[in-house]
Design a protein around this ligand. Structure first.
Ligand code: GAL
Length: 704
């Protein structure tokens, strides 16, 4: 069975005369989550004043307010929200109004014990938190529909309302529920998918360990078991769970559309960091894509991960503008060590998202909370008030954003496509894979990082989407490869494209069954090789890679690679984690294993197919080797990374249909940087004539 084809939209960002993602607020949005219910009303007056000072024009309200809006079942109190929305409108601040359904009230938990969240060990999870409910609960469906309908009816015509914010981070912490209600819903979902039990038995391979089902009622959620649970069952449970949340979203969205026509509906995604939601399937369901992003504070150069998430968000948005719904002004409160952002980092982060397609820069949160689990989370207005560095940076950014309006509606120019697939991620990381060190996101991040360092912009693409426009397509780990995806890649290469595939791709189909005929079944012909055996390495073990013994004079020598194959430095490239016994049949070896279990065999190959080339990398190359191999692939692709750009400077190019072009340069380094570029700075109006100077930690946005 093939995976569901995602809804894919053509990049429409620069359609002339288009309204932005928020027709009722047609400009760059600035603001954040606002929780006025945590403060006495006199503070709201001060909030509006300060929001205006900071240039805030949009706040998200009511996200966790269910217990206040419906204090007892069926009894509503909207007075405070009426006053708040009026106040916002009078202050010229637009509202993104949430349905509060991520935080069911305590009464709901008491009245609906059957709706409690159950983990895979059968433990019932407690309340006093948020999102502690079963996503398949009919009681939850009724209660959340009721409060959604009440809000939609009451505020549909409120002049402050510009956007509906359904729920909060669907699947964030209650992604999977294993209760009896969920198991029954899972069975219904399976009936829809397979129709007949025989098809399910076939897809799940239930002849293995005698797991055959004779009745739908025998099927359970994949609870913790004495040993590994059927992988196809687990994979379907992940699909089902993503869909269960989607059903909840659709219900709210449909109510909002019906009762509040013309107001777009979104829900905040967590792209690249939420494994459990298949956002390709969700993207078509929202009116505008919005995303939450939090830096991995302790990681060095974490702005590269930020860029990756922003690029993935743009991909899921089909190239259209999207909203950065949440990020932080400084430290969060939930990481092991909550590192504060350094001066200027807030601005670089915000403009980094903006450069990659965001048309809203919103934070969690407006005013720092005094109590509750997030009291140490940063805010636009810190506990220390307006005398703080963070506040000054918030005000400065708000003042500069209007100058960046010309970027709206222009397109991010990308050089490289990289495939991304949630189903493949799920399947690759199921238990009992050949090595626990196989890690989906790690390889994506490694290849992404190299492209980022080479100043090449990446578009993430679903594996079944046409790739014709890209010069280079990188496939870091596509363990689950459908026949449609394999054919898509073959067509791309035959048509002249350059493809680079990393190990453990093309192995199984959508049921996690191995493609027949030897690895990598789905990609064997395309890559011109067979992998006879996986040869994973021990923890910490490394292997050396060198040029093959003079066999393939035609193979390109990666840049920086010694011309003389006997050169003793030829062993500097290393592989870790994974090697394979690769048998080429058509592919040329470019690098071979010099030692380790695959010694003497090809490690990196290149296959000419039709008008294009398909590269294969059978080990986890360390960063320097990955850089060299990728550069050799760039050469096939005719891609030339921009030169003369100092380390740590990020570049993003954008273009409008009217020929306007922009260059955004972000200097993450601690020294001033210079690079060759000309154009007028959108913010301060300076003209840079051939040399663009970017202060340490600064950002320039040029019209070139
Ligand atoms: C997000 C969530 C917010 C807030 C924030 C803190 O995941 O949507 O409500 O908790 O994290 O970083």
């Amino acid at each position: 069975m093939s995976s569901q084809t995602p809804h894919l939209v053509a990049a429409a960002a620069d359609a002339p005369g288009r309204a932005g993602p928020l027709p009722r607020l047609d400009r760059l949005a600035y603001g954040g989550d606002y929780n006025p219910e945590q403060w006495p009303e006199h503070v709201w007056i001060e909030d509006v004043e300060l929001m205006r000072t900071a240039g805030v024009n949009l706040v998200s309200v009511g996200i966790f307010s269910w217990a206040l809006l419906e204090p007892t079942e069926g009894n509503f109190e909207f007075g405070w929200l009426d006053r708040l929305l009026d106040l916002m409108h009078d202050g010229g601040i637009a509202v993104d109004l949430a349905t509060p359904t991520a935080a069911p009230p305590a009464w709901f938990r008491r009245l609906h014990p059957e709706a409690r969240l159950v983990d895979r060990h059968g433990n019932i999870l407690g309340g006093g938190a948020r999102q502690s409910f079963c996503p398949s609960s009919p009681g939850y469906a009724r209660a959340s529909a009721r409060i959604t309908g009440q809000l939609a009816r009451r505020y549909a015509d409120h002049p402050a309302l510009v956007l509906w914010h359904s729920h909060n981070e669907y699947g964030g912490v209650n992604a999977l529920c294993y209760c009896e209600t969920s198991a029954a819903a899972f069975r219904d979902w399976l009936r829809d998918r397979y129709g007949e039990l025989a098809r399910l038995n076939d897809a799940w391979g239930t002849t293995f360990w005698g797991q055959r089902y004779g009745d739908w009622a025998e099927i359970e959620a994949p609870l913790a078991a004495p040993t590994a649970v059927n992988p196809a069952q687990q994979l379907d449970f992940l699909r089902f769970s993503s869909d269960a949340h989607l059903t909840n979203f659709r219900r709210e969205r449909d109510i909002l559309h019906r009762l509040s026509p013309g107001v777009p509906v979104t829900t905040n995604f967590m792209l690249a960091n939420c494994k459990t939601i298949d956002y390709w399937r969700w993207a078509a369901e929202v009116d505008v894509v919005s995303n939450d992003h939090y830096l991995r504070a302790e990681e060095p150069e974490n702005h590269i991960e930020l860029a990756m998430c922003a690029d993935l968000t743009r991909a899921v948005a089909g190239g259209r503008p999207w909203l950065l719904m949440e990020h932080s002004t400084s430290a969060v409160n939930w990481q092991p060590r909550n590192i504060a952002k350094r001066p200027g980092e807030l601005r670089r982060n915000s403009l980094g998202h903006l450069a990659r397609g965001a048309e809203a820069v919103l934070f969690f949160q407006w005013r720092a909370a005094r109590f509750g689990a997030e009291k140490f989370h940063s805010a636009m207005l810190p506990h220390g008030g307006t005398g703080t560095r963070v506040w000054r940076e918030v005000v400065d950014l708000g003042a500069d954003l209007p100058a960046l309006e010309p970027l709206r509606g222009t397109r991010v120019l990308a050089d490289v496509a990289m495939l991304w697939d949630w189903e493949s991620w799920w399947a690759l990381e199921l238990d009992w894979r050949p090595s626990v060190d196989l890690d989906y996101r790690e390889r994506i991040a490694a290849y992404y990082e190299r492209a980022w360092r080479d100043r090449l912009t990446v578009d993430f693409v679903h594996p079944e989407r046409a790739l014709g426009d890209y010069r280079l397509v990188v496939v870091p780990s596509l363990y689950l490869t459908t026949p449609a995806a394999a054919e898509n890649l073959r067509r791309y290469v035959a048509g002249g494209g350059t493809l680079l595939v990393s190990y453990f791709s093309g192995i199984v189909d959508a049921d996690d069954a191995v493609h027949p005929g030897g690895y990598p079944g789905a990609l064997r012909d395309l890559l011109g090789l067979t992998v006879e055996e996986f040869l994973p390495l021990r923890a910490g073990e490394t292997v050396r890679l060198g040029r093959p013994g003079g066999v393939v004079a035609a193979a390109p020598v990666p840049d920086g690679w010694p011309a003389d194959p006997a050169d003793p430095t030829a062993g500097t490239l290393t592989g870790q984690v994974w090697t394979e016994a690769v048998l080429p049949h058509g592919a040329e070896p470019v690098l071979s294993y010099l030692d380790g279990p695959a010694a003497g065999g090809p490690a990196v190959t290149r296959h000419r197919l039709g008008a294009g080339h398909a590269w294969y990398v059978s080990t986890r190359l360390a960063a320097d080797g990955l850089a060299r191999v990728l550069r050799a692939a760039y050469r096939d692709a005719g891609l030339v990374p921009p030169g003369g750009v100092p380390d740590g400077v990020e570049l993003i190019r954008r273009a409008g249909t009217d020929g306007r072009r922009f260059l955004i340069a972000i200097n993450h380094g601690e020294r001033d940087a210079e690079l060759p570029a000309s154009g007028t700075d959108l913010i301060d109006g300076t003209f840079h004539d051939g040399v663009l100077r970017i202060p340490a930690g600064g950002v320039r946005a040029l019209r070139t």
